[in-house]
Design a binder for this molecule. Structure first.
Ligand code: NAP
Length: 344
């Protein structure tokens, strides 16, 4: 058995802190660094930020380069942002310092089509050092891309795929409720959509990953975002929504193949959603359907995925460079990676 895998945590907000709690409790890992630009976090022990008892002996710093230099981290867990154009620079610094990168950045989950130059640069830097960089999470990363592509293995022929995810925002963090427009007027919603600050990132990446898995060449990929208006008064924590105000968002990505809309991913994130669920429907031979009542919890599951994939990323056999959720052996190998794998 190798010695514990040394992790550095870049971005310790809601997701990063949840990952820290999981990783800190697991003897396969040792946290050696934490970086966050939030001035309220720098200088404090990571345990305090993550809500853990007792110090972890890791002080949060805003200086990524110093943390990389001093920590000897083997894997950087990145949970700082969604947009690859902004996140690529720190990720490249991590790779150049010799660390693998495991990130919840949505646009990193399948960046080849939308960010080919950045994807190539990340791939090149990682390959040059025998490292891996992977974008993961529940969505993108699991429910709307990897899971349907796995289920499609049961089909002799796939005619169309539809995935619908309905999330009850009332059960989620206020930051996420705000990001989905809850409480805005229609005019405010439209202004924020135009400025690009609203809504879920990653639906397009899921569609691209899924189409790639199915071998579909899409001639068009269309994304729509519409507000869901509150039909009545809604209370969610401190939020009070009047009828007609925005209660959430509906986003749909439709992929057209040979002129026909064969792929549809629909995400509804709304306060007081009735019957939250995840549903996958594959039309084909045979048809396959999967339904997850309540849906898979985005934050809990994303943190779990990150924890499970840490040893995979560092030790599992397979390609190095920029990888996607489809490139690595993903089901837990119960310690075999640590025992058989070459520490990278
Ligand atoms: N794929 C998925 O399924 C999935 C699921 C959940 C979350 N995510 C994504 O994961 C990311 C993290 O989520 P979150 O909810 O934890 O966000 P969050 O609460 O905003 O936390 C991000 C933290 O990182 C800090 N930060 C931002 N840029 C940084 C940088 N360059 N260097 C160091 N620290 C930096 C932020 O500081 P400031 O607040 O001062 O900026 C904040 O403390 C988001 O992009 C989210 O959309 C993906």
């Amino acid at each position: 058995m190798n010695s514990p895998l040394r992790t550095l945590h870049l971005g310790v907000g809601a997701i990063g802190a949840e990952v820290v709690r999981l990783v800190a409790a697991d003897p396969r890992f040792r946290i050696v660094g934490a970086v966050d630009v939030d001035p309220a976090k720098a200088g404090r022990d990571l345990a305090e930020i993550a809500g853990l008892e007792g110090p972890l002996g890791v002080t949060v710093t805003a200086d990524l380069d110093a943390a990389l230099r001093e920590s000897g981290a083997q894997v950087v867990v990145h949970s700082a942002g969604s947009r690859l154009e902004r996140e690529a620079a720190p990720l490249l610094r991590c790779l150049r310092a010799g660390a693998h990168v495991l990130s919840t950045c949505e646009e990193l989950s399948f960046p080849w089509a939308r960010h080919p130059d950045l994807a190539q640069e990340l791939d090149r830097e990682a390959r040059a050092r025998g490292r891996r960089v992977l974008g993961t999470g529940v969505n993108p990363g699991l429910v709307m891309d990897l899971l349907p592509s796995l289920l499609a293995l049961a089909c002799q022929r796939v005619d169309a795929v539809r995935v619908r995810r309905v999330v009850d925002l009332s059960q989620r963090r206020p930051q996420l409720q705000r990001k989905m427009g809850a409480g805005l007027s229609l005019a405010e919603f439209e202004a924020e959509v135009t400025s690009g600050s609203l809504g879920h990132v990653g639906l397009v990446e899921s569609a691209l990953m899924l189409a790639d898995a199915l071998g579909w060449e899409m001639d068009e990929l269309k994304e729509e975002m519409t507000p869901v208006l509150a039909p009545r008064h809604i209370r969610a924590g401190p939020l009070r929504i009047a009828p007609g105000q925005v209660a959430g968002v509906r986003q749909v990505v439709t992929g057209t193949v040979g002129g026909r809309p064969l792929l549809e991913l629909e995400l509804v994130m709304v306060l007081d959603a009735s019957e939250p669920h995840d549903a996958i429907e594959i039309q084909g031979v045979p048809p396959v359907r999967a339904y997850f009542p309540g849906g898979i919890h985005g934050d809990r599951a994303t943190a779990a995925l990150v924890k499970h994939l840490l040893p995979t990323l560092a030790y599992a056999p397979g390609p190095v460079g920029l990888v996607t959720m489809r490139d690595l052996p993903l089901t837990p190998r119960r310690g075999r990676d640590e025992e058989e794998g070459t520490p990278r």
